[in-house]
Design a protein around this ligand. Sequence first.
Ligand SMILES: NC(=O)c1ccc[n+]([C@@H]2O[C@H](COP(=O)([O-])OP(=O)(O)OC[C@H]3O[C@@H](n4cnc5c(N)ncnc54)[C@H](O)[C@@H]3O)[C@@H](O)[C@H]2O)c1
Length: 315
Amino acid sequence: MIKNITVIGSGVMGSSIAQAFAVNGYFVMLNDVKEEFLSKAKNRIVENLSVLVEEGVFQEEDKEKALSKINYSIDLQAAVSEADFIIEAIPEVIELKWELFQKLEQMMKPEAIVASNTSTLLISRLMEKTNFADRMVITHFFNPAHLVPLVEIVKHDQTKKEVVEKTIDLIKGIGKSPVLLKKEMNGFIANRLQTALMREAFYLLKEGVASARDIDTAVTSGPGFRWAFTGPIEIADFGGLDTWERVFDNVAPDLDESKGAPEIIRELAGQGKLGTKTGEGIFTYEEIAALEKLNNRDRRCIQLQKVKSKKNIDA
Ligand SMILES: NC(=O)c1ccc[n+]([C@@H]2O[C@H](COP(=O)([O-])OP(=O)(O)OC[C@H]3O[C@@H](n4cnc5c(N)ncnc54)[C@H](O)[C@@H]3O)[C@@H](O)[C@H]2O)c1
């Protein structure tokens, strides 16, 4: 039975994943390499929970209860020794992940399940330097992980069936929507779809077809408005397959086919303009406005979640 969760890496994803488990009653150990990163994570979790209280999802006492479930440690051995399920959310650098897995192999309980939150690395590659592929999975949460329901699950050829089943049950148990990939695929499902759309969005921006704001509105007020309830495959059925046959034949030959990051992203990233975290990216953000924007994004996700669960539309 899975009771103790350890999350390694307390950044954007790790802190949010830790919170998602804690609000569902799990004991969580959050680990990072420096105390200051852990206190930053704690502040982020308090802020996230406060928004949930403001939105009426939780009472103040639920917030305190969730906070009391999370322990913080920079001692990896202490953080993983009792863990039933370990999720790593350290940076997307294969050498760092390999080094961590080699340490875990020596430190964790023999029956502990290990999950990676990698967004782009193949599980076969992750397991090249260690011998616990039989109890390894990828659980790819989406940002903000405490709010977005999707968790993509990828198994290794050697992952035991019961490990996959336990992982799916665990993820469902914290109110998430797991999707199991039938085979390894770079970018999994959701990031492939998202990247395909973003490639085209940045192409339209480069071509001067519309402003950045208008391109975003064309998504949030158009297809994105219904995507929370109807996926692209069913949308083809709804629109009529004869219509979509023509749309594909007419539009697909003109779509962007570039194989790397859009120039503007590379250029701005090279200048240290990374978006909300530095105050400037494609758009500019005042410090307060960036925090407020993040909280607003969370509030809207909470409201959408309320609509989705009330109507049981996905059932
Ligand atoms: N940010 C996203 O939107 C997103 C979404 C889905 C998946 N992911 C994936 O999740 C993982 C984490 O991404 P993030 O955005 O949270 O990164 P982040 O940079 O915000 O956080 C990473 C944290 O890991 C810590 N860390 C580094 N090495 C460590 C070690 N050896 N032991 C313990 N802690 C260590 C860092 O100090 C940092 O606090 C990556 O694999 C990323 O690809 C990110």
